[in-house]
Write a protein that binds this ligand. Structure first.
Ligand code: SF4
Length: 331
């Protein structure tokens, strides 16, 4: 059957009423036997219509528990790949296949393979630990996959007599090395969103909000982590704000959409996004949004359900990545 042409990457979408779109998505979900998984960094409307929300670790695990035959993954490409790899029998659709990740792209598979070979040739005896923000091809070259939620536990599983090559996030690797005491060879990658937080503006915001607490993602550079009161992935942030009953002000240094689930869970607090600096102009902006996550929209969710595409298709290297992902996230 000839499929209609769908321009999934149109930069401007004609306005459609979000409530109508949500109704349409709800009925298409039933028709297509689909569940929606949404990362905490996508728009709040998408989080609200999702069957599962969470960070990369939770969503990868949720994907294995989904009862429907189709998963619509609102997130970025490596997350859709992980869902397919862990649930190969499911059809995994993504609203926009072009939703990439600057961190994953900072570690291309051919460069990693060459670097591993170079280290081995120099006599290094190491295991490669990859943050989940990597392509499936990169995962297939690694020994372990970590998320910000399980990293310490996984690093403890690396034999003590092995060196650790940590890819791709240098900031997370440096932080993990400091909390675990394990020296690491760090890949020089970083996330464009977490890289741009302005420590001067953060300190100014702290002064302007006496008694506030700074909550940062470990993907942030060391100068931000040094002035943070709470350092953790998105699940840790959620648990922390829920555990504090007295109203507080939190200065949040991660993707600004994260404030949506925090507000829902613990509305007694005030949440202020930490400003970032536009590297091109040196100007500060009010918040930090991931441009890749922003490619997920209600219209595209509706369209991918309607036309059953674009789809993450099984690739030969997924088998090797599957072994590593299962060992690291499910066992
Ligand atoms: S926020 Fe950073 S790490 Fe997360 S998807 Fe966007 S670019 Fe990648």
């Amino acid at each position: 059957m000839e499929l209609p042409v769908v321009n999934i990457n149109s930069p401007v979408e004609a306005y459609e009423d979000p409530l109508d779109l949500m109704d349409e998505i709800e009925s298409l979900k039933k028709e297509r036997d689909a569940s929606i998984l949404a990362h905490f960094y996508v728009d709040g409307d998408l989080q609200d219509i999702a069957d599962f929300t969470g960070d990369s670790l939770k969503l990868a695990r949720d994907a294995t528990q989904v009862k429907t035959s189709t998963i619509v993954f609102c997130g970025v490409h490596f997350m859709g790949e992980s869902a397919k790899i862990l649930s190969p029998e499911k059809k995994v659709l993504m609203p926009d296949l072009h939703a990439g990740c600057s961190l994953a792209e900072s570690c291309p598979v051919d460069r990693l393979a060459a670097y591993q070979a170079e280290l081995r040739a120099k006599g290094h005896d190491f295991q490669t630990v990859a943050y989940i923000n990597t392509t499936a091809a990169v995962k297939s070259l690694c020994d372990w996959i970590v998320t910000s939620g399980n990293a310490r536990e996984i690093i403890d599983r690396v034999p003590a007599d092995k060196e650790i090559l940590f890819v791709p996030d240098q900031h997370l690797g440096r932080y993990l090395s400091s909390v675990t005491g394990r020296p690491m060879i760090l890949w020089p990658g970083s996330c464009m969103v977490h890289e741009v937080f302005s420590v001067q503006d953060l300190l100014r915001a702290k002064r302007n909000h006496p008694g506030s607490l700074v909550m940062s993602h470990p993907e942030c550079p060391a100068n931000i982590l040094e002035v943070s009161d709470i350092i953790g992935g998105t699940e840790k942030m959620r648990k922390y704000v829920a555990s504090v009953t007295e109203p507080k002000t939190f200065l949040v240094a991660t993707e600004a959409n994260m404030i949506h689930p925090l507000k829902k869970l613990a509305p007694q607090h005030e949440y202020i996004p930490v400003p970032g600096i536009m590297t091109s102009t040196g100007e500060t902006c009010a918040c930090n949004r991931c441009p890749h996550m922003a490619l997920n929209t209600l219209q595209k969710v509706r369209d991918c359900l309607k036309y059953s595409r674009p789809e993450i298709v099984w690739q030969p290297y997924f088998s090797q990545a599957q072994e590593v992902l299962q060992r690291s996230l499910l066992q």
